[in-house]
Design a binder for this molecule. Structure first.
Ligand SMILES: Nc1ncnc2c1ncn2[C@@H]1O[C@H](COP(=O)(O)OP(=O)(O)OP(=O)(O)O)[C@@H](O)[C@H]1O
Ligand SMILES: O=C(O)C1=C[C@@H](O)[C@@H](O)[C@H](O)C1
Ligand SMILES: [Mg+2]
Length: 196
């Protein structure tokens, strides 16, 4: 068989790694979908660097995301996010877990699409709510009815997340199971695109 990605006997991670080549794998989706926790495991499995854009933004600004929103507002945050993402995506392969709004921004989305394979971790409202309601570090959810806000964000954003190359259903299974599903989906996406 000529395609190294499809060699029988290679492990899941070897095949996914071969599929990725020098491209980045970028995880997108709403707050609580598991981008940071699943992305870290996927990167470990693939043996490539992991970067979380929220963490990188906090590192370069020496402020928390909440402080950035409070001091400069969402528009400035998005501009900084675009600059940071553009830099992070320059060198591949990497697994990059994004902040929930990164893929929604037109400029950031263009950089993501150009630099690799995007994976939408899609979750339903109850799964997301169960996870995000445990912490109050997300400025967009500091509203009177945060669950309703989350639902509004789902309605507005899901058509845009759907532009990702791959969609994986995020649900209440172990993070390692989710990571394996991401690897499988990467291989399947490649297989689909090579089948005439
Ligand atoms: N498969 C899972 N099963 C159980 N808990 C999970 C799972 N995936 C993530 N979590 C938990 O849900 C919370 C949110 O996950 P995580 O921070 O990875 O989401 P995120 O998509 O990066 O969110 P944000 O956009 O806010 O950064 C964390 O407490 C994490 O431990
Ligand atoms: O969904 C969003 O717009 C956000 C998600 C978080 O990851 C942070 O990037 C920030 O709180 C904004
Ligand atoms: Mg995260």
């Amino acid at each position: 068989m000529s395609d190294p990605v499809l060699k029988v006997g290679d492990s899941l991670k070897d095949r996914a790694r071969a599929t990725l080549g020098s491209r980045n794998l970028i995880l997108v989706g709403l707050m609580g979908a598991g981008k940071s926790s699943v992305g870290r495991i996927v990167a470990h499995q693939l043996g490539i660097p992991f970067i979380d854009s929220d963490v990188e933004i906090e590192r370069v600004s020496r402020m928390t995301i909440s402080e950035l929103f409070a001091a400069y507002g969402e528009d400035e945050f998005r501009a900084l996010e675009t600059r940071v993402m553009k830099r992070l995506l320059k060198n591949g392969p990497r697994v990059v877990s994004t902040g929930g709004g990164a893929f929604i921004n037109d400029r950031t989305r263009k950089h993501i699409k150009k630099s690799g394979l995007s994976v939408w971790l899609k979750a339903d409202l109850d799964v997301l709510w169960e996870r995000v309601s445990k912490r109050d570090t997300r400025p967009l959810l500091k509203t009177e009815n945060p669950k309703q806000t989350l639902e509004n964000l789902m309605n507005a954003r899901y058509p845009i997340y759907a532009e990702a190359d791959i969609t994986v259903l995020s649900r209440d299974v172990r993070k390692e199971v989710m990571a394996d599903e991401v690897l499988k989906a990467v291989i399947e996406a490649q297989t689909e695109s090579t089948v005439p």
